[in-house]
Design a protein around this ligand. Sequence first.
Ligand code: MV4
Length: 439
Amino acid sequence: MIKRLMVANRGEIAVRIIRSCKELGIETVAVYSTADKDALHVRLADIAVCIGPPKSAQSYLSVPALITTAVRTGCEAVHPGVGFLSENSNFAREVKKAGLIWIGPDPDVIDLLGDKVTARDTALKYGLPVTPGSPGPIAKKDEAVAVARECGYPVIIKAASGGGGKGMRIVWKDDDLEENLTIASNEALANFSDGTVYIEKYLQNPRHVELQVIADGKGGVAILGERDCSVQRNHQKLIEESPSPGVTPAMRDAMSSGARNLFSSLKYCGAGTIEFLVVGEAFYFMEVNARIQVEHPVSEFVTGTDLIREQILVCCGQPMTIDPDNVQLSGWSIEARINALSPGKVTRLDVPGGPGVRFDSFLYTGATVSPHYDSMVGKLIVHDSDRQKALTKLLRAIDELEIDGVPVNTETQKKILSSAIFRSGQFGTGIYAQLEATL
Ligand code: MV4
């Protein structure tokens, strides 16, 4: 096994990765910006190296600073965490060029899946249903009109290099196609340096459902159930759960066999997520996220697995601990993201506890929440035997969480979790908008 790994990230995910490394007997190197000199990931790592000023572009996104640090500190592997450079194939290539192990899939696989058009083609090839839409990129208005009429309005224009909702436009009639094609393409060009767009039928209020995958790079693929991530605001997820209240065992089996085929054929290595839009009993492939995700703990709870450990093991050429043919899903898990409403210093922190309660966070009494980074400061995750019990437990745990000095979104989370629509389990991605007036 490797002896030392660099965590190319910060915040709660850096802390989470360091914890698994400690249990695996792997020494950790933390990197930090000057804004993070007293951060928890710095305190927990064996070695910590300052890589630059607060701005991410000059620190956590600086490929040269990161590679130099990993090499100089004698690391054998680099874990990119989430966000930042986690799906950057250029960084992955640089890591490999420096003779280090990349804790993620091959850079060419990242590229294939990162382009939504090639990912869609690949999914189709391996038998996964995709939303009706253009077979490839759309360049001209006439092509767009033909595709839109073929699949029926409303349609959605998406950026091939997109994600997180940027460069997306919903169109309801022929007359609005040309203008929106231009807007979407320009937005895509500005954000992703790639103006390529394509068209799909727009599904209204679907569920966002994603499968957790661990694959060994040799065709071995474990599917660790699904997560429902429909509760989101402006493409920022707020609440995630596993299993999904809208997925039947038959749907889970069908999605899983398609996903297994795809990841196996690509010789995918590491942790990955395959996203679907779900409408009633129908599901449609959307995209693959070639990294571990923020919401991974709900899958850890229902499968009893340490996904960071599995990810590191398979990328280091070791067998996964999971038996891919015998994954048992047990009980119900729900996660509430805890977001800071403004930056500040934590003057007091009371963390909830009890059976089936987990708080993944970089906070401690005295910790700083910097304005330079993501507002998420932690995640409260619970596990119980069924959805009702898990929901009761999460509300109880939120009540125990006390953070002084930094205001957080717990009141909003309590209102969503207590709403009739969330409690019913019958909701799609429109749930936040439906509740907004009451929050
Ligand atoms: C869609 C869709 C409806 N129909 N595609 C949003 C982010 C990007 N990953 C894809 N997204 C969507 N694609 C079709 N054909 C609705 C969304 C969408 C969405 C998806 C998941 C979670 C929240 C969402 C919020 C708004 C729109």
